[in-house]
Write a protein that binds this ligand. Structure first.
Ligand SMILES: Nc1ncnc2c1ncn2[C@@H]1O[C@H](COP(=O)(O)OP(=O)(O)OP(=O)(O)O)[C@@H](O)[C@H]1O
Ligand SMILES: [Mg+2]
Length: 573
């Protein structure tokens, strides 16, 4: 253009028609033709229509173009919305994927956590198990050590006791031997003297006695032998005498009643020697009718009575079949017949019985353990089987480890251990019957030894009536020493009966019965022992009265006093 304008300024008015002097070749005819055509068109009558058509065509083209643009826009929008949709879809998918992944990771971490806590738990329980096993092992070890120590201690003690006994015996033997030697010397000296005198007298009568005899006395060898023989006989007799004494003491220590036994039906050899008549009576009783009722004189409510009958039957059968005995625990209120039943059980089963009281152990101190062993050694020597009744068992068989364990002395603990040691295995020689007012205090090892447990309750109204009647008969109607009601035996001149207690004031048998009935309620809460004591008190007041009879007033006074006492006792509990 700049070229075109620059040329226009510099050129003449005809310059268009002039041929350009440079390389540019412009043909103006084209313009001229177009201008001519335009002129033609303007001059043409259809020019307006053609222009209109042209305009219309142009408009149509514009419209088409616009539509094209709009279509393109619509396309664009559609494409945009499609894209947005796709993007949205993708975003949703991504979100879903993310959520899924998140859930997965949460699940995984949860699983991990659970697994970890499970592992921790199992590790903890493993540790606990290990700990428990360790504890068990150590307590087992301790128990074994304790047992070993105990066994050793017992062995040492037994050995010491044996050594002491041997030393004592030997000492005595030595002493006796010394005494004997002295005596023998004396005897020998005496013998020498006698011999000399004899020889002299023989010499004196030598002339009248033959040559043979004098040659015998002259033969010192023969003489010494004779003296030796005589001495040996004397020594034999003497040693036998001394030895029997020592053996006697040994037998006594082995077979005598152990100090722990309070009361026993078992006769020792020494008892037989000491009380031959009593022993004979017992032998007689053995062949006489036997008391096979374990509940004789024991008033109990029906359920308990049945249970104890079956215990008694089982014990008899155990004994008959020489099976191991079952140990029994009786517990309950004091004075309800535990001791009474235990004794009667032993008698009815044909066993010996021995009563051991828990409270007797502690005062023995260090001697308690050897005494305990002595007791069991002794128990094993009963031919009939022995019922060992441990009364007030809680006094020495109470828990070793517990609140009141510190109150327990070392000796008491040792005696408990000795007891456990000797009762650890089932025995065919003895049956242990424990009685306790506080069974919960018994050591668990003692509780473990119990095969049967029986609880004794305070007597109910029916039992109270039975006991009132029974003890009224025992202490009033058939008072000890007085002539029994139904006794038809002929009175021996040397046998004096005590005066029978008169009950005329109370009345006939029926009246007495009614009177006793009226005491049933008043004796509520009384134990069997208390009821018996009431009857004893009636007897005492009858004997204490001027005429020696029992009156209704006396009975009432006693009952009133006792129920007052019972009330006070109940308040103290
Ligand atoms: N159930 C009973 N039947 C007959 N008499 C009984 C009864 N209970 C107790 N008695 C009388 O009381 C006395 C004492 O009873 P026992 O010694 O048997 O009591 P316990 O239960 O052993 O008491 P504790 O726990 O105090 O030792 C007996 O000797 C008996 O006379
Ligand atoms: Mg008792």
């Amino acid at each position: 253009m700049s070229g075109w304008f620059s040329r226009k300024k510099a050129g003449s008015s005809n310059e268009i028609s002039e041929a350009p002097s440079g390389g540019w070749n412009f043909d103006p005819t084209g313009f001229e033709k177009a201008a001519k055509a335009l002129k033609d068109i303007d001059a043409s009558p259809n020019a307006a229509a053609a222009l209109e058509i042209l305009q219309k065509q142009e408009e149509t083209q514009k419209l088409e173009h616009k539509r094209g643009i709009e279509e393109a826009k619509a396309h664009q929008m559609q494409a945009d919305s499609q894209r947005i949709k796709v993007a949205e879809e993708e975003r949703r998918k991504t979100m879903e994927q993310e959520a899924y992944q998140q859930q997965k990771s949460l699940q995984y971490s949860d699983q991990l956590k659970r697994k970890r806590s499970e592992e921790e738990r199992s590790a903890q329980s493993y540790m606990k198990d290990q700990e428990r096993m360790k504890n068990e092992e150590s307590s087992r070890k301790m128990e074994a050590e304790r047992r070993a120590t105990l066994a050793q201690e017992l062995e040492v003690r037994a050995k010491a006791a044996k050594d002491r006994a041997m030393a004592e015996a030997e000492g005595r033997i030595v002493q006796e031997r010394r005494n004997h030697d002295l005596k023998m010397k004396e005897l020998a000296a005496e013998g020498d003297q006698k011999l000399k005198t004899m020889l002299e007298s023989i010499k004196l009568v030598g002339t009248t006695v033959g040559e043979g005899i004098s040659s015998y006395f002259n033969d010192t060898d023969k003489m010494i032998k004779t003296v030796g023989t005589l001495t040996a006989i004397a020594v034999g007799i003497y040693t036998a005498k001394v030895g029997t004494g020592i053996m006697g003491r040994f037998v006594e220590s082995r077979l005598g009643k152990p100090v722990l036994v309070r009361e026993t039906s078992k006769r020792t050899i020494l008892d037989v020697v000491r009380e031959p008549m009593e022993s004979l009576k017992r032998v007689g009783a053995m062949f006489g009718s036997k008391d096979t009722n374990a509940l004789r004189g024991v008033v109990l409510e029906e359920g308990l009575a049945n249970r104890l009958q079956s215990v008694a039957r089982a014990t008899v059968n155990t004994k008959a079949n020489s099976a191991p005995y079952r140990h029994l625990l009786m517990y309950g209120h004091p004075g309800t017949g535990k001791t009474l039943f235990a004794k009667q059980l032993a008698k009815s089963c044909g066993m010996d019985y021995a009563i051991l009281t828990g409270g007797d152990i502690a005062p023995l101190g260090r001697e308690a353990v050897p005494e305990m062993h002595k007791l069991f050694d002794w128990s094993q020597h009963s031919k009939k089987g022995l019922l060992l009744f441990v009364d007030e068992a809680d006094a020495f068989l109470r828990k070793r480890g517990g609140e009141d364990a510190s109150e327990m002395s070392e000796d008491l603990r040792n005696s408990l251990n000795a007891f456990l040691y000797r009762t650890g295995e089932a025995s065919k020689d003895f049956m242990v019957v424990f009685a306790s007012n506080q069974p919960e205090q018994l050591d668990w090892a003692v509780q473990d030894r119990v095969d049967e447990m029986v609880e004794f309750h305070l007597p109910g109204p029916i039992q109270r009536k039975q006991m009132l009647e029974m003890y009224f008969n025992k202490y009033i109607t058939n008072a000890e020493g007085s002539k029994k009601e139904n006794d038809t035996s002929i009175q021996m001149p040397w046998k004096k009966f005590a005066r029978t207690i008169g009950v005329e004031d109370i009345g006939s048998k029926e009246d007495i019965d009614l009177k006793l009935d009226s005491y049933i309620d008043m004796t509520d809460g009384f134990s069997g022992r208390e009821i018996e004591k009431v009857a004893i008190a009636w007897q005492a007041s009858a004997y204490g009265s001027e005429i020696g009879d029992l009156t209704e007033e006396m009975m009432d006074d006693v009952i009133n006093a006792y129920s007052e006492q019972a009330k006070a006792k109940r308040e103290w509990r």
